[in-house]
Design a protein around this ligand. Structure first.
Ligand code: FAD
Length: 479
């Protein structure tokens, strides 16, 4: 009998704290495989920025595995089943994924393999708490974050400690099987990713480096600084977490250790709570898989979203004439990321001031973000839109000018991404249309020429959003 265990890498592109790999390495020889699943439903196909990231992440993993990672593209379940048969594999291991289509695929494949006499084991490497383990007393899932996290998660056994990378991995390598990372064809033909290359180092080492740069000062200052987009005050670990180059357990325990276990510290509590929001997103996706495409709340079924391609385009391109929105959308385009506070501001502007369906924004983020994550993206968009579980109510509408004044008082962030406004004084940086002519002249800004006029009146569109809400309530028979 062949004692080789096939390790199927998916969203766990690391050697440390990788339970499936650790288990396989203990048993004997290992056949490490990554499959780019071409059978992914159209709607969930990876966006361009994510593909760029994945390419580099796989290169890094391949390096760590002495260039012996088998990379194949195709219908994952068929490819895997064929490899198992060709190599007479009797044991397959993987770490669990939680996207609904992946759960379906894995469940079916597991049955197929077991029927063929293959032992299949799956492990948790992606979440601190399994979604099915945290339930209310009546055994139904939580829908509100605070009781979910404080009562549901924190009162149960804490996240397990990370496990070390295997000391030795005996790899079985078959050159006939390995098409190489390049064969997956993940990089775009036009190299638009230069800024991203300067900013990010995909891979396990890049993730560890980010974490060590963030700790302990980042955690200490987290609560006070995390909302200011001009500061690099958050950990920027989300893409590394998404691709599993680092586990939430590694981050959780390293953050606590960096403050010597002082979980009373407000910064540490705030940081761990954000990891809790990540868990909650996965929890919602697991228990309510429709949230990836449909409103969580059926109350929005008749909501009168507008179709306005021109407005959507202006938003996507950072040409709305509202500086904090434009800076955010340009940051997203250039770097593949966007500060959380500004994600909320640009999302609110789209769904409330422009009255465009959150799914349009979610799609754009999906394509542009290097951390595009089905769970976090859909839950967060629904949170902002007011359509989600425990969401900000629709009638609470962010004013992008006051948000800018509060969180980017000197306009440092706006000026970084909208250099055409660099000479506008702080008083008008978030509302240049209110600046006197002599100030605009001094700053070299000609509204409508080298920077757009605001595309909407913020007050009037706020009112229009509230009326739309009232109208949808009427259609549901509530008013
Ligand atoms: P930190 O502040 O350092 O937080 C640490 C980790 O906690 C993050 O890396 C992330 O994994 C998690 N986290 C933090 N905030 C949230 C949150 N609100 N929801 C879920 N997890 C969170 N996050 C994604 O990972 N992928 C997405 O596709 C995504 N789309 C979003 C869309 C919108 C409209 C909004 C408002 C938020 C979205 N977020 C998404 C959540 C959040 O903005 C990012 O996780 C965060 O900005 C990442 O930066 P960071 O790693 O420096 O986070």
């Amino acid at each position: 009998m062949n004692a080789t265990t096939l390790v199927w890498f998916r969203q766990d592109l690391r050697l440390n704290d990788n339970p499936a790999l650790a288990h396989a390495a203990q048993l004997g020889t290992v056949l490490p495989v990554y499959i780019f699943d071409t059978n992914c439903p159209e709607h969930f196909k990876m966006g361009s920025a994510s593909k760029w990231w994945l390419h580099h992440s796989l290169e890094a993993l391949n390096d760590s595995l002495s260039e012996q990672l088998h990379c194949v593209s195709g219908v994952a379940s068929e490819v895997l089943f064929n490899i198992v048969q060709q190599h007479n594999i009797k044991h397959v291991v993987w770490n669990r994924c939680y996207e609904p289509w992946q759960i379906k695929r894995d469940t079916e494949l597991k049955k197929l393999l077991q029927a063929a006499g293959v032992k299949v084991q799956s492990f948790n490497s992606h979440l601190l708490w399994e979604p099915w383990q945290v339930l209310k007393k009546d055994k139904t899932p939580y829908k509100v974050f605070t009781p979910y996290y404080r009562r549901g998660c924190l009162s149960t056994a804490g996240p397990r400690m990370p496990i070390a990378a295997p000391k030795k991995i005996d790899i079985v390598y078959d050159s006939g099987l390995d098409d190489g990372v390049d064969s997956l064809d993940l990089l775009p033909a036009i190299p638009w990713f230069e800024t991203m290359e300067q900013m990010w180092t995909p891979g396990e080492q890049g993730a560890a480096q980010r974490l060590s740069e963030f700790l302990p000062e980042g955690v200490k200052n987290y609560k006070n600084q995390r909302d200011f987009p001009a500061l690099q005050a958050t950990s920027q670990l989300s893409p590394h977490l998404h691709f599993g180059e680092i586990s939430p357990n590694q981050i959780w325990h390293a953050a606590i250790a960096s403050l010597h276990g002082n979980t009373e510290d407000a910064g540490l509590d705030g940081y761990l709570t954000e990891l809790g929001w990540r868990e909650f997103s996965y929890y919602l996706l697991f228990h309510f898989p429709h949230i990836a495409q449909e409103n969580f709340s059926p109350n929005f079924e008749h909501f009168p979203w507008r179709t306005d391609t021109k407005a959507l385009r202006a938003w996507q391109q950072g040409q709305t004439g509202i500086p904090i929105v434009d800076a955010g959308m340009r940051e997203l385009w250039q770097t593949g990321t966007l500060h959380n506070r500004v994600r909320m501001v640009v999302a609110s502007f789209l769904v409330k001031n422009l009255l465009i369906d959150w799914r349009e924004g979610e799609r754009w983020f999906w394509d542009c973000l290097v951390d595009a994550d089905l769970a976090a993206n859909s839950a967060s968009w629904q949170w902002v839109a007011g359509t989600g579980a425990d969401a900000a109510p629709y009638f609470r509408i962010f004013n992008p000018v006051t948000q800018g004044q509060r969180f980017d008082a000197n306009g440092e962030y706006v000026k970084r991404y909208c250099p055409e406004l660099s000479k506008i004084p702080a008083k008008y940086i978030h509302n240049p249309w209110e600046a006197p002519n002599n100030i605009l002249e001094y700053a070299g800004v000609k509204l409508g020429e080298n920077y757009p006029e605001p595309m909407v009146d913020l007050k009037a569109t706020r009112q229009r959003a509230l009326e739309a809400l009232a109208q949808s309530k009427k259609l549901r028979g509530e008013l």
